[in-house]
Design a protein around this ligand. Structure first.
Ligand code: ZN
Length: 156
C-alpha cells in the first residue's frame, strides 16, 4: 500500500473517530450509510499503531490497515498479522470457484494447526469425492501431510 493511501485512511479514521467521540456510540447513523466505529486509545510511543492484516487462509497481505492503538505494555504493533478469519478478496474468489485445501503437519490439532507450506484449490466435485459434502459450507479444510500424500495432492 502506498503511503498516501495509508495517510488517507488514517485521516478518514480520525474524522469518524472524532465525530463519534461526541456521541460516545458505536454506530453512526448517516443519511447515506451506517458506519460502525471503534474508538481506540492512542499509544504515546506508536500513535495509532498500525498493522497490515494478513489473510488467515493464504497468508497474503490484505488491502487494509488496522489501527491497534495502545497495546498492553504499550508494545509496538507487529507489521503484519492475522486478526480474523475473514478471507481476503482473492480467497473469496477461490472459495466461490472451489474448496481450498491447506496442508498441515500430521498430529496437529486445534483451529490453527502448523502449516507445511502448500495449499491448493480443488473443484467442489473433487472435494465431495474425497471428503463427502461437509466442506460445501466452510469452503476450506486443513489436510495433514499423510492424507495429502495419499490423496496425491501436489507438493509444491
Ligand atoms: Zn487469502
Amino acid at each position: 500500500m502506498v503511503y498516501d493511501e495509508f495517510l488517507k485512511r488514517v485521516k478518514i479514521f480520525f474524522n469518524i473517530y472524532l465525530t463519534n467521540r461526541c456521541n460516545g456510540g458505536n454506530v453512526l447513523e448517516n443519511k447515506q450509510r451506517k458506519v460502525i466505529v471503534m474508538s481506540i486509545r492512542i499509544s504515546e510511543k506508536y500513535g495509532v499503531n498500525p498493522m497490515i492484516p494478513t489473510c488467515f487462509y493464504c497468508g497474503k497481505e490484505k488491502n487494509e490497515i488496522v489501527l491497534l492503538g495502545r497495546l498492553p505494555n504499550d508494545k509496538e504493533a507487529p507489521k503484519h498479522g492475522v486478526i480474523d478469519r475473514t478471507p481476503c478478496a482473492e480467497c473469496i474468489e477461490y472459495m466461490k470457484k472451489g474448496i481450498i485445501l491447506i496442508s498441515v503437519r500430521k498430529g496437529e490439532s486445534g483451529d490453527n494447526p502448523y502449516r507445511t507450506g502448500v495449499w491448493v484449490v480443488i473443484k467442489e466435485e473433487a472435494a465431495t469425492r474425497m471428503f463427502g459434502d461437509h466442506l460445501k459450507e466452510s469452503r476450506v479444510a486443513f489436510v495433514d501431510d499423510e492424507t495429502w500424500e495419499k490423496l496425491g495432492l501436489p507438493k509444491e
